[in-house]
Design a protein around this ligand. Structure first.
Ligand code: 2AM
Ligand code: CA
Ligand code: CA
Ligand code: CA
Length: 256
């Protein structure tokens, strides 16, 4: 029931992305000029929440544009109605709907849907991850030197952070290919299905990574913070890999 509602909600959101894509829609800024929200983000969010509410009116909802709709339910839906809004607003078809479901503080289900590539990723705690119903696994690469990596550039820099450019420099100086897609949820799913071997980003919100980090774990990969500590989507930095290159990449991005 939970899974079918998740899929229904994800599909409903994806339909909105397709409807609005490349059309005329309103775009506005939030915290900075480049922190965008479009009509499609709001509409996708509204239909997703409506689908969830039909079956689970009492569940906790945390969604990027409306924020937290708190209840005392053990279940929490963590929603990114469009991950990759800047891509979406520019007509770049690398964006998705991302929804994670937590039960008693543990992520148990996740779905990421890119309607433009017709790719639906699903992760179920303890049951693996799939892409369009086929099981997916992380890559088998064992060395960072032969890896293909992906990252996202931070939108805010904090004094306490390790300089993101130094991190990037230490990787690209070794001639290692690094991509930048602009959707953290897709980055994580592409690590899960072996297209990328590792991903790091400095500042993410819970809705960016909730579904994607479960995808990587269920596909056999590893997700931690830069420190190596157990991952929580409520803390901002993320390192996700196929597992084999995890400690090597961790040392590299920490400058050690
Ligand atoms: P979004 O499209 O849902 O906002 C890419 O590095 C990640 O950062 C994306 O998952 C994106 O999610 C998020 N992001 C994009 N623009 C942002 C901004 N101005 N501030 C904070 N996060 C942003
Ligand atoms: Ca956003
Ligand atoms: Ca996002
Ligand atoms: Ca978003």
């Amino acid at each position: 029931m939970l899974k079918s509602t998740l899929l229904k909600a994800t599909e409903a959101g994806g339909k909105i992305l397709q409807q609005y894509f490349n059309g005329a829609f309103e775009v506005s800024s939030k915290s900075t000029v480049n922190d965008l929200v479009t009509e499609a983000d709001k509409k996708s969010e509204a239909v997703i929440i409506e689908v969830i509410r039909q079956t689970y009116p009492d569940h906790f909802i945390l969604s990027e544009e409306v924020g937290a709709i708190k209840t005392d339910s053990a279940f929490k839906w963590i929603i990114d109605p469009i991950d990759g809004t800047v891509n979406f607003a520019n007509g770049i078809p690398i964006c998705c709907v991302s929804i994670g479901v937590e039960k008693e503080g543990e992520m148990i289900l996740g779905a990421v849907y890119n309607p433009f590539m017709n790719e639906l990723f699903i992760a179920e705690k303890g049951k693996g991850a799939t892409l369009n119903d086929k099981p997916i696994h992380v890559s088998a690469k064992t060395s960072v030197a032969t890896s293909c990596l992906v990252t996202g550039f931070p939108y805010k820099w904090e004094e306490s952070d390790r300089d993101p450019l130094q991190v990037l420099t230490s990787v690209i100086k070794q001639g290692i290919p690094v991509r930048r897609l602009g959707s953290a949820a897709i980055d994580l799913c592409w690590v899960a299905c072996g297209r990328f071997d590792g991903f790091w980003e400095h500042h993410l919100q819970a809705w960016d990574s909730a579904a994607g980090y479960l995808m990587v774990e269920e596909a056999g990969g590893k997700v931690t913070h830069f420190s190596g500590d157990k991952y929580s989507p409520y803390q901002s930095d993320i390192l996700a890999t196929n597992g084999h290159i995890h400690s090597e990449l961790q040392h590299l991005i920490n400058g050690k």
